[in-house]
Design a protein around this ligand. Structure first.
Ligand SMILES: Cc1cc2nc3c(=O)[nH]c(=O)nc-3n(C[C@H](O)[C@H](O)[C@H](O)COP(=O)(O)O)c2cc1C
Length: 392
């Protein structure tokens, strides 16, 4: 009898991803940095928050929809940009199709394995994500390509300080998937026949190039080639942020804000939205969970820009907690990557269905008819939960 591919929680999707993916590919998704304090706190902090449910007078109909950067979302979740090389042959296109099927938007990483043209064709609600890599001229070229492809918003991610090493070991990833690399990684692949057969069926090998960073008329650089260019680029100033924002002109998000002073500077730079984020615990270890920094940032700038958060969201109830603490919507990373690894596009849809069901259930219990009615009164916040960073 064929195995039931459906899973009931994100934790189960993660277990299946671990079984299905070669060790090094799975390790690249687990990621985290140094001691793993931040990556752990991102999920642990959600567990510290509780709910204050009602039992009667609940609403029979509930509106979960919202808008972010001009896009209507069927419920308040977006796909956060991730480079998902080698997880699945359909990669970001599968994620985009799943998001489109479930009525949500996708952030496409500039380090992604699929082109912005293919991804926008699969989901017109695509925001293109850029790091500060290369000269202003090169940045403009990439940005204009995304605009021409139909991207409806730009995400600028700044929270990256090139931290190296993690106590549980970093995966060894080849520069490119050529014959030599395939021979070297063959034992890992052979141990994971389902993963291998998905690529074999698609007639392809894992692609470790970054097509959205290709110079016009040139081949796509390898992931590490692009990373080298990034490391060699002078770090951006707030003037650079304002400049990129001005060049794009349309909806613009700054991702990775953890401090009130930075949130205010983002407002001054004219952004449409920020995501309170620590890069899923992959940046500076020891940064508090994003959900702890959210309340004070939302209180300070929430009436001037759209405030989102990402980091540690694994359940619909996590989404509801974030909204109660002031987020307009959340972005998910690993949750959909586990789903993609477990069952391709259907696995990503499965994850979105789990989150949607969880949001609906929590809203029901809290007695609301809309996600817009959520407030701090719906959650139990333990003493000393918040981290107010950069207040002065
Ligand atoms: C494997 C992996 C790759 C990522 N790549 C990017 C990226 O290319 N651009 C970006 O802005 N964020 C990237 N992120 C961060 C995510 O967008 C997001 O901030 C983070 O995953 C949220 O935490 P969560 O995984 O706990 O949901 C990446 C995260 C992971 C786990």
């Amino acid at each position: 009898m064929p195995r039931n591919e459906w899973f009931e929680t994100v934790a189960e999707a993660q277990r299946r991803a671990k079984k299905r993916l070669p060790k090094s590919v799975y390790a690249a998704l687990v990621a985290g940095s140094e001691r793993g304090v931040t990556v752990d706190d991102n999920t642990a902090a959600f567990s510290e928050l509780g709910f204050a449910p009602h039992v009667a007078g609940l609403s029979d109909s509930r509106d979960l929809s919202t808008t972010v950067m001009g896009q209507t979302l069927s419920f308040p979740v977006l796909m956060s940009p991730t480079g998902v090389q080698a997880v699945h042959p359909d990669g970001e296109v599968a994620v985009a199709r799943a998001a489109s099927a479930r009525g949500v938007a996708i952030g496409l990483s500039s380090f992604a394995s699929k082109s912005v043209e293919e991804v926008v064709a699969a989901n017109p609600s695509t925001f293109f994500q850029m790091y500060w890599v290369g000269t202003r001229e090169v940045l403009l070229q990439r940005m204009e390509r995304a605009r021409a492809a139909g991207a409806v918003g730009l995400i600028m991610t700044l929270d990256w300080s090139f931290s190296q090493g993690r106590d549980w070991g970093s995966p060894s990833i080849p520069e490119k998937m050529d014959l030599r690399a395939m021979v070297r990684f063959a034992p890992e692949g052979i141990m994971r026949p389902k993963w291998l057969s998905a690529f074999a069926k698609a007639g392809t090998i894992p692609d470790l190039s970054t097509p959205n960073l290709a110079a016009p008329g040139h081949a796509a650089p390898t992931f590490f080639g692009a990373y080298g260019e990034w490391m060699a680029t002078p770090l951006p100033s707030w003037e650079d942020v304002a400049w990129l924002r001005e060049q794009w002109a349309g909806p613009f998000m700054l991702k990775g804000v953890m401090r009130i002073d930075d949130a205010k500077k983002a407002v001054d730079a004219g952004v449409t939205a920020i995501s309170v984020s620590n890069h899923g615990g992959n940046n500076l270890d020891g940064t508090p969970a994003a959900i702890r920094a959210l309340p004070s940032i939302a209180q300070t700038v929430g009436d001037q820009v759209e405030v989102l958060m990402d980091g540690g969201v694994r359940r619909g109830s996590d989404v509801v907690k974030a909204l109660a603490l002031g987020a307009k919507a959340v972005m998910i990373g690993r949750a959909y990557l586990w789903g993609l690894a477990a069952n391709g596009q259907a696995g990503v849809e499965n994850v979105l269905d789990i989150l949607r069901g969880g949001v609906d259930s929590a809203i029901t219990g809290l007695g609301h008819a809309s996600v817009r009615q959520l407030s701090g009164a719906d959650v139990v916040i333990p003493p000393a939960f918040d981290r107010t960073l950069g207040a002065r």
